[in-house]
Ligand binder design. Structure first.
Ligand SMILES: [Zn+2]
Ligand SMILES: [Zn+2]
Ligand SMILES: [Zn+2]
Length: 260
């Protein structure tokens, strides 16, 4: 399968409006970070094409589709309900129009509840008159492995401060954003990974995200062949920060693609 990092930045995006720090004024494209999301073209085939799975609909979702030439999505897996992970949902409308199909959404109970609240116009059509709405099926999932058009997906539950977040394992790839504690029980689901993408917010400690040092420690314990960090703030200036990471660990950047 092929994975594309659509966004690797923290909730404000990088550059931050009005900030003149080295990362925010950097001319390196790897320091321009949209809000976090990944796009996966799996090995499963649906309607003679690879099954396409998106993780989260960031506020930059429309721009991310344009930049990466994404014109079809079959399913969206949601990690949690924070606004930087859901706000682009309305832009699923163009996928509906291009392909005359609904898009399947998957979210845990709390995230599904909040998506219904935040996007009430989608789920109660009688209150929203005259404007277009995305056509979606919102599937509530729990920690059991589930099937997305024949592709097995394994949820991994961890802490993001007070919030329980779902990461996902698909084959030998796992995506664990917005994370500051992984319970021992979940590490067993992460054995034998080829590629891991995991939260590493900044150098200083934070109450709801791994710092770079914490992310390095957890990544070495998980032991994927290759690890990429995501959800970075402007503390991280890509080229300078990259030299300080152990072998096998790198900072992701927008537009990064790899095969697993
Ligand atoms: Zn976030
Ligand atoms: Zn800055
Ligand atoms: Zn969050």
């Amino acid at each position: 399968m092929k994975i594309t990092v659509l966004g690797s930045g923290t909730s404000q995006g990088i550059p931050i409006v009005g900030c003149r720090c080295p990362a925010c004024t950097s001319l390196n494209p790897k320091d321009k970070r949209l809000r976090v999301s990944v796009f996966i073209e799996t090995d499963s085939i649906i309607n003679n094409k690879p099954l396409r799975i998106l993780i989260d609909t960031s506020p930059d979702f429309r721009q991310q589709m344009l930049v990466n030439n994404i014109t079809d999505i079959d399913a969206v897996l949601y990690t949690h309900y924070h606004i930087d992970h859901i706000m682009g949902l309305d832009d699923i409308r163009q996928i509906n129009q291009l392909h005359r199909k609904k898009v399947e959404l998957f979210a845990n109970k709390e995230t599904a509840y909040r998506i219904k609240q935040t996007f009430s116009y989608i789920f109660d059509e009688n209150t929203y008159k005259g404007g277009g709405i995305p056509h979606v099926n919102l599937n509530e999932i729990d920690l059991s492995p589930f099937d997305v058009f024949g592709q097995k997906v394994i949820p991994i539950e961890y802490k993001h401060g007070p919030t329980n977040v779902y990461g996902y394992r698909i084959g030998d790839f796992a995506y664990l954003t917005d994370c500051n504690f992984i319970p021992d029980t979940e590490f067993t689901k992460l054995k034998g990974l080829k590629v891991l993408i995991i939260d590493a917010l900044r150098y200083r400690r934070h109450e709801t995200h791994f710092s770079v040092d914490e992310a390095v420690e957890v990544s070495l314990r998980i032991g994927a062949e290759k690890t990429y960090f995501t959800h970075m703030t402007h503390d991280i200036v890509h080229d300078e920060a990259s030299g300080k990471l152990p072998a096998g660990i790198e900072f992701a950047y927008d537009g990064l693609t790899f095969e697993v």
